[in-house]
Design a protein around this ligand. Sequence first.
Ligand code: PAF
Length: 274
Amino acid sequence: MQIHSSIADLRSALKGRGRVVFVPTMGNLHAGHISLMEQARTHGDTVVASIFVNRLQFGPNEDFDKYPRTFQADCDKLTAAGVDVLFAPTETDLYPEPQEYVVEPPAIQNILDGEFRPGHFRGVATVVLKLFNIVQPQAAVFGKKDYQQLMVIRNMTRQLALPITIVGGETVRADDGLALSSRNGYLSATERAEAPRLYRLLNEIRDAIRNGESDTAKLEQNAMADLASAGWKTDYVAVRQQSDLSVPNGVNTPLVVLAASRLGNTRLIDNIEV
Ligand code: PAF
């Protein structure tokens, strides 16, 4: 696997490479990321991954400083997964001057995760557009675990007419259902044993809706009460329309249940399509 940190070196390495498929990450790779790399392989000739912990998408009280950086282990995993090129810029490589031109997503950036992480989706959209401009892929793969992020990127790509196919990768879970996430590493043993509750509750809501329950607000409240009684601090449990993450309007349309909740100091997110 070739590794490049400078934009110029990466660009010359990618000249004449055929169809490039890109998987951006923040590193600390787990089986969920590796499944995105494998999916990428089926969409093109050259798989390019990136590792960059993007300061712009972290709030002032979030975990930018303690976000796990495991570069050598990540390189080993990417090599084993057959990734061709890794772009691993430093902050100076990617942001040689303050990033004053940004992508300002529309109202979707202020709901759900955006309500609790102001500026997060601006930071994500800005770095993803910049990475797209650097890598110039024909396709890019993003995990469905970050459902709202995937939607912001899909919408940005469509509205700005970027010639890139956005592919959504299925969430990979531990045997007990917990969605794999770099932040799972923050959990204590007791918290790790408790963590699958989130996915269990999402499943219960999905089953209830499939069985005809239409009072989605009640389902959300019951799940939040269950989480609270087990010591979680919940930002949201929300049943939304898959198309635009708006509140269901009673018309029969595909739904998704999304949740973000904090176990101790660790904020976990997950979702399930109905
Ligand atoms: O999902 C992530 O890891 C990040 O948000 C991304 C897409 C790499 C942008 O920094």
